[in-house]
Write a protein that binds this ligand. Structure first.
Ligand code: NAD
Length: 366
């Protein structure tokens, strides 16, 4: 057994179907008597239903959460929070809403109760990405880690199949990178493998039958495990590329993960053979990268960065940014390697073979 460091998890997690009925009791447990309920505009109905369950414990609502957590939106939400004298945050929605709750908690240190409705996993991390003047920066602070998470499978039944597929691939990306993280540990490996397994068996089923409760339950369970992975260990090249492209071209977060992950897996497979073998085993395939691409396609993900609207000339500028300050990564991160990876992902090339002819193989041989 390799040496490792392991941190326990600080959050309380409630998982099941119909668990939102525990919202009022859980808010009380957090000593929140005047909650600000937050959501995106599209999840306003869900936020209103949550507010109804909270009854007298609601102080106000803010339904203007948006992708990539712009600082000006956070300031508006804090204005509402102060106006209604809220003493806690109830965030219901996907990663965009969770991000706003965390951004408020960073500035106020108020407790958060999060009810996730996608598979992004942000609720299990102390990480916050925020955007200001077109630049997205990420920080890690225990203040932003939500105190309580209520996973309610029923709230995910209406998540559109296409959003579900890419959101699930976003979750799998956390687990894949955890398996080759330099600060990984055996507990996280178990969670990563089971998280991938649960999402791999459920995502194609969800695309076929979006309201399949068993598949939805498996997917939300897998997303929870993958979220723990993201919050516990370091991320590598794949997440670096997603942060770079998201910031530069405002590409949709989960779709970008779904497109890039197979190429990032291929890039790292020879340098991290044990991780690649675990990913392949969890997917039930021989080759991790090919398996991830097949799963992404079965889950209805877009095929290429071109399909997401990234301009071809962006490959060069993104290469410069991603190579300038790389995260620790199993395979050496070189401008040539990144350029080829991005070119393949931009075109949506089919992944083939065992990686011998791919960008990093020269470095691996030397
Ligand atoms: P999102 O929250 O924007 O949701 C995606 C879409 O799904 C939105 O249109 C939303 O309105 C809709 N939606 C959400 N739940 C729904 C439901 N149950 N039914 C129908 N529609 C629903 O996107 P996301 O992919 O969940 O999160 C992306 C954001 O989260 C990005 O800003 C990303 O940076 C951040 N994120 C942060 C972390 C972290 O640890 N800090 C981790 C993952 C993602």
């Amino acid at each position: 057994m390799r040496p490792f460091t392991y941190n326990g998890f600080a959050s309380r997690v409630i998982f099941g179907s119909g668990t939102i009925t525990q919202l009022e009791a859980e808010t009380q447990r957090l000593c929140v008597s005047r909650a600000l309920v937050i959501s995106t505009p599209r999840q306003k109905d869900m936020a209103e239903a949550a507010a109804a369950l909270l009854g007298d414990r609601v102080a106000g609502m803010f339904t203007g959460a948006t992708m990539h957590t712009p600082v000006d939106v956070t300031e508006q939400a804090i204005g509402e929070l102060r106006r209604c004298r809220a003493d806690g945050i109830v965030a219901i929605g996907g990663g965009s809403t969770t991000g706003l709750g965390k951004a408020i908690a960073l500035r106020t240190d108020l407790p958060q109760l999060v009810i996730p409705t996608t598979y992004a996993g942000s609720e299990m991390t102390a990480i916050l990405g925020q955007t200001e003047a077109g630049r997205k920066t990420t920080l890690k602070d225990p203040k932003v880690q939500p105190e309580t998470i209520i996973y309610d499978v029923e709230l995910t039944l209406k998540l559109p199949p296409q959003v579900s597929g890419v959101s699930g691939m976003n979750a799998i990306a956390h687990a894949v990178e955890a398996l080759y993280a330099p600060d990984g540990n055996p507990v996280i490996d178990l969670m990563a493998e089971d998280g991938i397994r649960a999402l791999a068996r459920s995502l194609p089923a969800i695309v076929q039958t979006p309201d399949n409760p068993q598949a939805r339950s498996d997917a939300l369970y897998g997303a929870w495990l993958c979220g723990i992975c993201l919050g516990s260990v370091s991320m590598a090249l794949h997440h670096k590329l997603c942060h770079t492209l998201g910031g530069m071209f405002n590409l949709p977060h989960a779709d970008m993960h779904a497109v890039l992950l197979p190429y990032a897996m291929r890039y790292n497979a020879l340098a991290a053979p044990h991780a690649a073998a675990k990913v392949a085993a969890a997917l039930g395939v021989d080759d991790a990268a090919i398996g991830l691409q097949a799963l992404a396609r079965a889950a209805g993900a877009p095929r290429s960065l071109r399909d997401l609207g990234m301009p071809e000339h962006g490959i060069e500028s993104a290469t410069e940014v991603a190579a300038s300050n790389p995260y620790a990564n199993p395979a050496p991160v070189t401008p040539e390697g990144i350029r080829k990876l991005l070119a393949q992902a931009w075109a949506g090339d089919d992944i083939q073979g065992n990686g011998e002819n791919l960008p990093f193989s020269e470095h691996m041989k030397s």
